[in-house]
Structure formats: structure tokens, C-alpha cells
Design a binder for this molecule. Structure first.
Ligand code: FAD
Length: 437
């Protein structure tokens, strides 16, 4: 193993349900990358960002990781034409701080701003505005890709390797820089409305009614009861307050998670009682509406040392209502609870990547404490429902789906495999794609 890749015992994915030892190199300059790729261990290299993926798509136990977060320089900012080019390790948080006061924003953002541009591209992430803006890759104009042969490439839409790299899980090369077309926004605040709903029918009615008029929509759902709170928001310049009020921090990781089915039920009751008094309207800084979890640093540690799994699926529109109802029923039957469960409808705009997760339909994300084989069995059952409905599982959240499930969900997988860089790999790739460097 090259000296540049050193053992990093604390390195983990966001869910932390499995924590194999990783060896990590931390470059500060882009010209170090070719040398690092040459020195990579036998199991190959994998570029990673801020490790906000939940399972094993950002782990490479048999090889080495290249932490790209030190490569975070802005290269070009053309405010007149709304175009920005930056190194792939720049975080969305830093970029949005620059853009939002100038009434510009990335075309979309995931539910956390603590992701890098490279990570956002490699998972073709989606946000609350998917129904109006599509996936992150729709805003990518060009990107730089370094193959492990040392070849540096500039890719643009229309190039087959571009389509493989958007949502390509870091397996086609190291993304060195990303150029984005930006969106104009009215101002850095969001007019937000929280509307309670009593059942899934209520959710789908609100989603249909809101899609045209509201740019941002998503619902928190009480998995056990099918009720929830539908949030919808629109940009505004009229607001006040800092983007983030003092960051809270989760305590040290407890040996046993305080989050169990009983505490989760109580949590859901309390949140629902507080929020269901009727429609609530507020104007909030964009970070409060779009990145609410970022205000509690390290909240993932509350799941304890065993960590947690997230199951995020998307099911196509015709079967969405039935499939979501069946999944909620399966969770209730298994006696499991989910602390944070989000339901959202995706729009029909095609995602640009061969392995992009977003597609038209409904996406349901549920977090389960990793308490043993019962939870794994439940998630297999959820996979079966998703498969039957013609849907797929999100690789960024996954650490356990079968290779069969991956193949069933991603019909362009074989096309993607032709673009793999043979010097790269990940635990996810070895497990679901049979790929090793
Ligand atoms: C609280 C929270 C909320 C979230 N909400 C959403 C959401 O709403 N929508 C959504 O889509 N996702 C969401 N996510 C998931 C997150 O957006 C993705 O996992 C994202 O890809 C993480 O980016 P990262 O920089 O941390 O990359 P990592 O997690 O470190 O890596 C992710 C993938 O990108 C690859 N990669 C990273 N950098 C490069 C590079 N320079 N070149 C090549 N490959 C690279 C890695 O190999 C890996 O396959 C959420 C995560 C959290 C923790």
C-alpha cells in the first residue's frame, strides 16, 4: 500500500452500520491526483467527498480512498451568465453562501448542503424541487474527469462517458472539477407552508395540487399511521435572520441507541401533535427549509455504535400509491419504526445519468436503527415491493441490497459497465456489480 494512503480508523459512512477500516489519502492540490492513482493499493482507488452517503458506495475496504474535500477552489464565477466552475471537493454549503446573496443558486440541492460537487454529481442527487428542476446532473454543463491511466478528459452532455459519470458512483474516474449552470432566485428566503394530511390519499392530493405553484415540496410521514405534514415552499426576497442559527451538536455516540420503536412512536406523536394544529406559514432562511438537518451536527451518532440503515426507493407513478401503502404496511407489521421518513413525488424530467436514481413517481426514505436480522429482513421485503412496482433503490443510501435488485432497478446497467475505470472500485461495486479493481 502506498504511503499516501494511511489507515483512518474513525472513517465511516453516514449510516455507520458497517465500519470496515479505510485507508485514506488527502491531497491538497489537483496535480497530486495522478500520482495518488498510480500508488493506489491493489484493490484500487475511489474518490470520496464529505462521506454523506449512508451505506458502502463511499467505502473501499480492499483499496484506498482519495478524500477530495481539500480540493475546494473556485475556478471561474461568471455572475452575468450564471455559470460557476469549481474543484470537485468544494462543498455546496460554501458555494451557496456565495451564490444566494447574489440571488443565484444551484439548480437543485439535496437535503444537506454538506456534500461536495463531486459527490453531488456521482450520485446525481435530487432535492425538494425535483418536480420542477430535475436532478443535479441537469444543471451540469461540463466536468473534468481523470482516469487512472492518467488521461484527463473534459466531458459535456451528449458524451457517453458524461452520461456514465453523472450518477456513476465514482467508478468512471475521478471528477476533478464541475461546471454548473446556475438558477436565478427571487431572494435567499423561502415562504414555507406546512399542511397536515391524515392519510396517503391526502399526501398525493397535496402533491398534485402543489406541483405547479410550489417549487419545493416534500412530506414528513408518520410511518405507523400514514399521516404526515406536507411542506411546500417558494423563493422570496422578503425575510430576515441568518442562514443558520447556532449549530447544535449531537452528544458522543451512545453504546446503545436511544431510538427504538417505542421512542420513535412517542417522537412521532409529539411532532404530529405540535405540527397538526392547522396550516402553518413561515418565511425562513433557505437553509432552514432546504437543509433542516444541518442545524444538528452529527445527528447520525444518535443511532449509537451499531448505526442505522436507510431504505430509499422510487416507484413509478401508476403503482406509487399502492406500493407506498404496501411498504408502510410492511413496516408496521414488522413492528419497526422510522425516526425520519420522507415522502416526495418526483417529476417526469429525465435524469442525465445511466445509473441516475430519480425517475417519475414517488420516493420514500425511511431510517431504521441497525438492530439485527429483523430489520434486514424487513428491507428485503421492501425491496420486493419496490421491484414488483417497477421501482429502484437509491445507491447513495444503500449498504445491503442484492446484485439482483440493483440489476432489476437499473435497466442501463450493462451500458454503464462499459465505461468503468478498471483501476477504481468500492465496497458497493464489489457487492452489487461484481466489480473489483
Ligand atoms: C442529512 C442528509 C440528507 C440527504 N438528503 C439527500 C437528498 O435530499 N437527496 C439526495 O439525492 N441525497 C441526499 N443525501 C445523500 C447525499 O446527498 C449523497 O450521498 C451525496 O452524494 C454525498 O456527497 P459527498 O460529497 O458526501 O460524497 P460521498 O458520500 O463521500 O461519496 C458519494 C459518491 O460520490 C463519489 N464521489 C465523491 N467525490 C467524487 C469525485 N470527486 N470524483 C468521483 N466520484 C466522487 C464517491 O465515490 C461515492 O460513490 C443526504 C445525505 C444526508 C446525510
Amino acid at each position: 500500500m502506498g504511503d499516501a494512503f494511511t489507515a483512518a480508523p474513525g472513517f465511516r459512512s453516514w449510516g455507520g452500520a458497517a465500519r470496515p477500516l479505510q485507508h485514506v489519502a488527502r491531497p491538497r492540490f489537483a496535480d497530486q491526483l495522478p500520482g495518488l492513482l498510480r500508488q493506489a493499493p491493489a484493490g484500487g482507488a475511489l474518490a470520496v467527498g464529505l462521506a454523506r452517503s449512508y451505506g458502502d458506495s463511499g467505502l473501499n475496504s480492499a483499496g484506498g480512498l482519495i478524500d477530495m474535500s481539500g480540493l475546494d477552489r473556485l475556478i471561474v464565477f461568471d455572475a452575468e451568465n450564471g455559470v460557476v466552475r469549481a474543484e470537485a471537493g468544494l462543498s455546496l454549503e460554501a458555494l451557496l453562501k456565495l451564490l444566494a446573496p447574489r440571488s443565484m443558486f444551484t439548480t437543485t440541492t439535496p437535503g444537506t448542503a454538506q456534500v461536495t460537487l463531486g459527490g453531488a454529481v456521482a450520485n446525481d442527487v435530487h432535492g425538494k424541487n425535483h418536480h420542477s428542476a430535475g436532478a443535479f446532473g441537469c444543471g451540469v454543463r461540463r466536468l473534468g474527469l481523470l482516469r487512472t491511466t492518467g488521461e484527463q478528459m473534459e466531458l459535456a452532455p451528449g458524451d457517453p462517458l458524461f452520461a456514465a459519470t453523472i450518477g456513476g458512483l465514482g467508478l468512471t474516474g475521478v471528477i476533478t472539477w464541475v461546471e454548473l449552470q446556475l438558477a436565478q432566485i427571487t431572494g435567499p428566503y423561502i415562504d414555507n407552508e406546512d399542511v397536515p394530511f391524515g392519510d396517503l390519499g391526502g399526501f398525493f392530493d397535496l402533491a398534485a395540487e402543489s406541483a405547479g405553484a410550489w417549487e419545493h415540496t416534500a412530506a414528513w410521514i408518520d410511518v405507523g399511521r400514514g399521516r404526515g405534514i406536507f411542506s411546500r415552499g417558494a423563493w422570496t426576497s422578503q425575510g430576515e435572520g441568518p442562514q443558520r442559527k447556532g449549530r447544535l451538536s449531537a452528544p458522543i455516540e451512545p453504546p446503545v441507541s436511544p431510538l427504538n420503536p417505542l421512542s420513535l412512536r412517542v417522537f412521532n406523536e409529539v411532532v404530529f401533535a405540535a405540527k397538526s394544529m392547522g396550516v402553518r406559514r413561515r418565511t425562513v432562511p433557505y437553509s432552514a427549509a432546504l437543509h433542516p438537518l444541518d442545524s444538528v451536527a452529527g445527528w447520525n451518532r444518535l443511532y449509537g455504535r451499531k448505526g442505522f440503515w436507510q431504505h430509499q426507493s422510487v416507484v413509478p407513478a401508476p403503482s406509487a400509491r399502492d406500493a407506498v401503502a404496501e411498504m408502510l404496511g410492511a413496516v408496521a407489521k414488522a413492528g419497526e419504526g422510522s425516526f425520519l421518513s420522507v415522502l416526495k413525488t418526483f417529476g417526469e424530467r429525465a435524469s442525465p445519468g445511466l445509473l441516475s436514481f430519480p425517475r417519475g413517481g414517488a420516493t420514500l426514505a425511511m431510517d431504521f436503527p441497525a438492530r439485527g436480522p429483523g430489520v434486514l429482513k424487513l428491507m428485503d421485503r421492501l425491496d420486493a415491493i419496490v421491484r414488483e412496482a417497477g421501482g429502484r433503490i437509491y445507491a447513495a443510501k444503500d449498504g445491503r441490497m442484492s446484485a439482483d435488485m440493483m440489476r432489476a432497478g437499473y435497466p442501463r446497467l450493462d451500458e454503464f459497465l462499459q465505461h468503468l475505470d478498471p483501476g477504481l472500485s468500492s465496497d458497493f461495486a464489489r457487492r452489487t456489480l461484481g466489480v473489483s479493481a
